[in-house]
Design a protein around this ligand. Structure first.
Ligand code: ADP
Ligand code: TRP
Length: 320
């Protein structure tokens, strides 16, 4: 089974990225041949500072390796090291109906937030389809916000196959219900673009400030708490430390136990969970030659697969 996913180097990765995509993707990688990449072409839609982009790429590489990506098993690469995806993007653009792009939630959300749309942002889903189809990815572990993009990829692949012959395998998104859309500190979806994130590798002080600042309802400390489905600290605790979550939930329901206590439990659980990764990250950061080597080797493996797909694609459409 071939598995593929990507993450944009458009800022510091957060625990929504980690629990929503990275951890499930790392687990799924145990079950097949995984290709995970750093989507730097995609990031050009939002990052315009070259030094920042380069630094973000290294940061994402460090984050992923520190959190357990095994480069001996998983093909880990930088998207721009596989420039064949841009050629495939152009070819796929010709089987992509304009209204499909106009209907993309992600595009609509971003423009609604005031982002000035350029053609890159508009055609973003075609580049994403090319990422997936060029390695013939069958399973795509992502958060719920990317579901529609994978559906578009299926539509694009289907149209291509009908028009030019069976070249592409149909991909399917893999989304875990309990972490499909994790909330940020303000209750909206946690996202780099909303400034409501808790960074995976933020320092302890910053993490504490973020966790203690999570919004909750205003039931008083003494009250036996009701409607806990919406409670963000508890929701995260269930994901980070399920046993601890059960205890905390019981105390909240009993009353005389406030949300501040629950947040402290969450903070402790987060620090505990990420401490070993933090240490590994610090070691890797001292050895960037190794990290760059991993990406180079990943690129070589991804290139071989991409070349094979492109040979079929070019033949199918009548190029060369
Ligand atoms: P952001 O919205 O912060 O820019 P990205 O678009 O880079 O995040 O997302 C990278 C991956 O992490 C995607 O698979 C996305 O679905 C997942 N993801 C992002 N935010 C969340 C969240 N709040 N809950 C669950 N998954 C998320
Ligand atoms: N669009 C994805 C995001 O913002 C990142 C991405 C780019 C991706 N190409 C992909 C995810 C291919 C899965 C498969 O999170």
């Amino acid at each position: 089974m071939r598995i593929l996913s990507g993450i944009q180097p458009s800022g510091k990765l957060h625990i929504g990225n980690y629990f929503g995509m990275m951890r499930p993707a790392l687990e799924l990688a145990q079950t097949g041949e995984a290709f995970y990449f750093i989507a730097d072409y995609h990031s050009l839609t939002s990052v315009s500072n070259p030094a920042e982009l380069r630094q973000n790429v290294i940061d994402v590489a460090l984050d992923f390796l520190a959190c357990g990506l095994d480069p001996a098993k998983t093909v880990f690469y930088r998207q721009s090291d596989v420039p064949q995806v841009t050629e495939l993007t152009w070819i796929l653009a010709n089987v992509t109906p304009l209204p499909m792009l106009e209907n993309a939630h992600s595009y609509k959300d971003k423009t609604a937030q005031g982002l000035k749309p350029n053609a890159g942002l508009f055609t973003y889903p075609i580049l994403m389809a090319a990422d997936i189809l060029i390695v013939q990815g069958e399973r795509v572990p992502v958060g719920k916000d990317q579901k529609q993009h994978v559906e578009m990829t299926r539509d694009i692949a289907g149209t291509f196959n009908r028009q030019f012959g069976e070249v592409f395998v149909m991909p399917e998104s893999v989304i875990r219900a309990e972490v499909a859309t994790l909330p940020g500190t303000d209750g909206r979806k946690m996202s780099k673009s909303y400034g409501n994130t808790i960074e995976i590798f933020g320092d302890e002080k910053a993490t504490k400030k973020k966790v203690m600042g999570i919004v909750t309802d205003s039931q008083p400390v003494e009250a036996p708490k009701v409607n806990l489905e919406q409670n963000i600290p508890l929701q995260f605790l269930k994901v980070v430390a399920p046993t601890r979550a059960t205890e905390v939930e019981a105390k909240l329901v009993a009353g005389g136990y406030g949300y501040g206590e629950a947040k402290k439990e969450l903070l402790a659980a987060l620090l505990e969970h990420f401490t070993p990764y933090r240490q590994k990250r610090a070691e890797l950061a001292k050895n960037l030659d190794y990290v760059n080597d991993v990406l180079r080797q990943g690129a070589a493996r991804a290139n071989a697969v991409a070349d094979a797909t492109m040979k079929q694609v070019r033949e199918a459409v009548g190029l060369r």
